[in-house]
Design a protein around this ligand. Structure first.
Ligand code: SF4
Ligand SMILES: [Zn+2]
Length: 123
């Protein structure tokens, strides 16, 4: 795929950004629920490790952008439930704590959704 080689650098950027966003969201969630006083509690660390591993293995990063716009969603059910809860809780705080990262992410998400709609066939 020509597109793949052309976009290799940006695919890795996307992976890195996806992981950064998810790690910040889990941190807000863990802190907000006072799970622990330093870093992440064991459960949240486990969720973060899982999320990072999914993104590393994601076959769709080159064509679509973020997990939030993914129609496949490769998370196993229990992890999916947990990450959804994190997103719901931390989403509103992200703009406040990490405005630039969040706005960039939202713009990228919109672009990805648009591409998916145009293509009509993406997962
Ligand atoms: S949820 Fe979708 S975009 Fe996210 S890692 Fe899994 S397959 Fe990739
Ligand atoms: Zn926690």
């Amino acid at each position: 795929m020509g597109m793949q080689s052309k976009n290799t650098a940006s695919i890795e950027d996307k992976r890195a950004e996806e992981k950064e966003v998810v790690s910040k969201m889990i941190a807000i969630y863990c802190r907000g629920h006072k799970h622990t006083t330093v870093g992440l509690c064991q459960d949240c660390q486990g969720l973060l490790d899982y999320a990072r591993q999914r993104v590393d293995r994601c076959p769709f990063m080159e064509t679509k952008t973020f997990c939030s716009t993914c129609r496949v969603h490769c998370y196993e059910q229990s992890m999916r439930t947990r990450i959804r809860e994190v997103m719901r809780y931390s989403g509103p705080w992200m703009l406040l704590y990490h405005p630039i990262l969040t706005i960039r992410h939202l713009i990228e998400e919109q672009r990805a959704k648009k591409r998916q709609t145009e293509r009509g066939t993406m997962p």
